[in-house]
Design a protein around this ligand. Sequence first.
Ligand code: BDP
Length: 605
Amino acid sequence: MLDYSMLYPKETVSRRVVSMDGMWKFHLDGQEIGEKEGWIHGLPGTDMIPVPASFQDFYTDKDTREFTGDMWYEKDMFVPGEWEGKQILVRFAAATHRATVYVNGVEITSHEGGFTPFCADVTEVVRYNAHNKVVVKVNNELTETNIPCGKTITLPNGKKMNKPYFDFFNYSGLQRSVHLVALPKESVFDLDLDYEINGSDAKVNYSVKTTGDKPVKVELFDEAGNKVAESVGKTGILSVADAHLWRVHNAYLYRLVIRIMDEDKIVDEYEQEIGIRTVEIKGTSILLNGEPVYLKGFGKHEDSDIVGRGFNIGVMKRDFELMKWIGANSFRTAHYPYSEEIYQMADREGFLVIDEVAAVGMFESLMNFMEASTGKVTAFFEKETTPILLKAHKKAIEEMIARDKNHPCVIAWSLLNEPESTNEAATPYFEEVFKYAHELDVQKRPRTFALIMNSLPNTCKCYHLSDFISLNRYYGWYVKGGYEICAAEELFRKEMDEWKALNLNKPFIFTEYGADTLGLEHKLPSVMWSQEYQDEYLNMTNEVFDSYDFIKGEQIWNFADFQTTEGIMRVNGNKKGVFTRQRQPKDTAYLLKKRWEGLDLNYKG
Ligand code: BDP
């Protein structure tokens, strides 16, 4: 079990939260001298950097943008005197990819994994009614023993360099918010929810964990603020008559209030917005509240100009507006759990989310998307270090599920993206992670992984573990692009016919398909990379999607253009966006809008 609570920081009668976002002191440590020189007590120099943000795109020199290694952050925090006797935490929503936290010169905690929160319990070291110094050492090196996978090399000039086995820039740093939190000593630690719908009524099964033994009281309020159910006890059932269900683009959110009581005194109070809904796979259908849904949407990234992968509240708002405009109803958090605020917004807007852990790059290649289409095999899960990787992977799944399980928007877990799954050695590894996710999730949400091009009906050794099959396919781009597109279609249909013949009785969705397109490039007749070709490509794939009843969703790659490592395969980034990186539509956005607005939610039933 995690030794810190994953609950989102919220102020209530018993809790205090102070944002530590803003400018932090910053220093790169290419020579690894920070500890020796006493940086844990304060950084040298005067450079400052915004938090949350990736550090890379602020600076004008390439050594800084490409920096690989340790980087240090520092900020003062004032801890009010009235907080004495409380538990004091510094909560990092993410530190990419690993971090060690020091407060007032004392090492407090370390955390590995760049896309989930952790807390430094500083209760024993803080000075009250005084300024306290928080110093964080962040490291962004890639390895094969943690996720996302890659390696770190040393160049002839002595500088380290990241070599991701994945196709997005290795943005890093303190990319999400930092909060100073004061909790009562006895507090709500965790919450699990599960739903049953019976006609017009619903039952909310809840289970609360606290850090003590005092009794728990739970109340549920509707959107108008009326109390609709209550219960006493750490576990129990809230019965809701005439329940408003959480639906696609018609989200209804109840407010759950949890209180730890000492007689009639409130010891701790925590609030959670919840949506009553069920998710289930039945035959080839994905059912939300017992009704079939067809997924329309995107594989996304957290990526934008200047702040890189840093959480950007304005970009988040724009992205949701664009997704609504185009008629999307879902997205996959490719290739890592996103900022918590994005799930909160998806809850509110009624979007369906496939939540993906950062298990990407498990195919030893710097161009896996290319090489996999040639049938390359890399035996990724047969290494001496595989058990270490598995441990890190399972921990990342545990943190993702603990963090995101109560969002109604999360309808499925994606446990790997494009792994090497054609080798027998992959199967036991996959079994472990699939079993683990199932154990951890009280709602037993469907699990999946995204199959790379070489993982075919007759080569993939792991698809049987998926509750629904997710395909990443690039027929007409990496395979037989341009004037050969008719040959691409033939190969595409051949593969789909083979899946059909297996009669798996499971839904299939496309978690990736797409074509790189330069935002301003027009050419008549089309050539690859032109706007015209992106449309041609989509018309072909859409026809294939419409030809198979068991295909129950399409999430195009990608929502927007995004930054990658430089190289001959990418023109300053991946250009498969339906929108530009500045969030303006390419031509194909209008084609998709027309299609998606015409497809009913229960398309193909
Ligand atoms: C797949 C990956 C994705 C890439 C995409 C592409 O899952 O991260 O960006 O294809 O090639 O390999 O555009």
